[in-house]
Design a protein around this ligand. Structure first.
Ligand SMILES: Nc1nc2c(ncn2[C@@H]2O[C@H](COP(=O)(O)OP(=O)(O)OP(=O)(O)O)[C@@H](O)[C@H]2O)c(=O)[nH]1
Ligand SMILES: [Mg+2]
Ligand SMILES: [Zn+2]
Length: 288
């Protein structure tokens, strides 16, 4: 038997992938030219011989959205058909402000909405960490506070991500897989379960569908995020408070460093713009 059917890519390996077709998971060969990523909708030829079911991807549907990674000299799609990026933060290991700002820039460049999941609320917050969460809340970023370990806030998170397709991103150890386990009821490999202590526990991105029309992708922890290929205008618009202030600078080509009547400098002096955001903005604009 052989027939073409529409399926969803739930995991992608180097030249093959796993797709979901109804409630079946089917391994598939993926021709390189189709440029398949997790989240893609594809047409597959189902080959159902007596021993096993497998498939071959013959066509990729047009993507509704694409999360892009900007690697040195190239832009690569990393995941498809998402609506949101959930930045998983934790007090230990402490998520740096720079990491959050980079993901806000990346989300903006891919036209996706970003929110923060403040995980490990059972741990004690340092003053700096609380200040960090306050800063992003003031900037209008949605924050859902949870403890994946103890279960606090999980229902709130479920309601927040209902009807959304979210990829969880975050530093290794922030708790992406623990949260995914809690949401899916599946036992996934997390740092507390693994024996050898490598840097990253999760090595590929996997897509899960949960009740309430929730779609989540658990991704490997990110060490280096390159944003040097992102257009300056896309960087500026992800620093929306700086973007707003810059409209009142005296010079239209103001670099916001030491120019006269710079509204961004004024915002800094009056604490309307946080120093960390300003410093990251300048770093990112100057290609780090
Ligand atoms: N105290 C506390 N620990 C947690 C919580 N959530 C996760 N952890 C622990 O944090 C560690 C890392 O969790 P993982 O889920 O493996 O982290 P990850 O983000 O998937 O890491 P990578 O796959 O390496 O990117 C594990 O030891 C978890 O048990 C939480 O809410 N509170
Ligand atoms: Mg993981
Ligand atoms: Zn200025």
């Amino acid at each position: 038997m052989e027939k073409v059917q529409t399926a969803r890519v739930i995991e992608f390996y180097s030249n093959s992938c796993m797709v979901r077709l109804g409630d079946m998971n089917i391994p598939c060969l993926t021709p390189k030219k189709l440029d398949i990523v997790v989240g893609d909708e594809v047409e597959i030829d189902v080959i159902n011989d007596s021993s096993e079911i497998k498939g071959k991807i013959v066509k990729r549907h047009k993507r509704r959205s694409a999360l892009k990674r900007f690697l040195k000299g190239s832009v690569k799609t990393y995941a498809a058909n998402l609506t949101h990026i959930g930045i998983i933060c934790s007090p230990i290991p402490e998520t740096p402000r720079r990491f959050i700002d980079k993901w806000l820039v990346l989300a903006n460049a891919s036209n996706l909405s970003a929110f923060i999941v403040a995980n490990k609320s059972d741990q004690t917050y340092s003053k700096d960490y609380s200040g960090k969460l306050d800063l992003y809340e003031t900037l209008g970023v949605n924050i859902v506070e949870i403890s994946a370990k103890e279960g606090g806030g999980i229902e709130k998170l479920k309601n927040f991500i209902a009807m959304k397709s979210t990829i969880f991103v975050g530093k290794s150890g922030a708790g992406k897989s623990t949260i995914t386990s809690k949401l899916t009821g599946k036992s996934l490999k997390t740092q507390s379960l693994k024996k050898s202590r490598g840097l990253h526990t999760t090595s590929i991105s996997s897509l899960y569908s949960v009740e309430k029309n929730i779609e989540i992708i658990d991704s490997p922890g990110t060490r280096d995020l390159d944003i040097s290929n992102i257009k300056k205008i896309d960087i500026l618009s992800a620093f929306w408070e700086i973007n707003e202030a810059s409209k009142n600078c005296k010079f239209s080509d103001c670099k916001h460093i030491d120019e006269k009547n710079c509204a961004v400098q004024l915002g800094l002096k009056t604490n309307k713009i946080a120093t960390s955001r300003y410093n990251n903005f300048l770093d990112f604009i100057n290609n780090e």
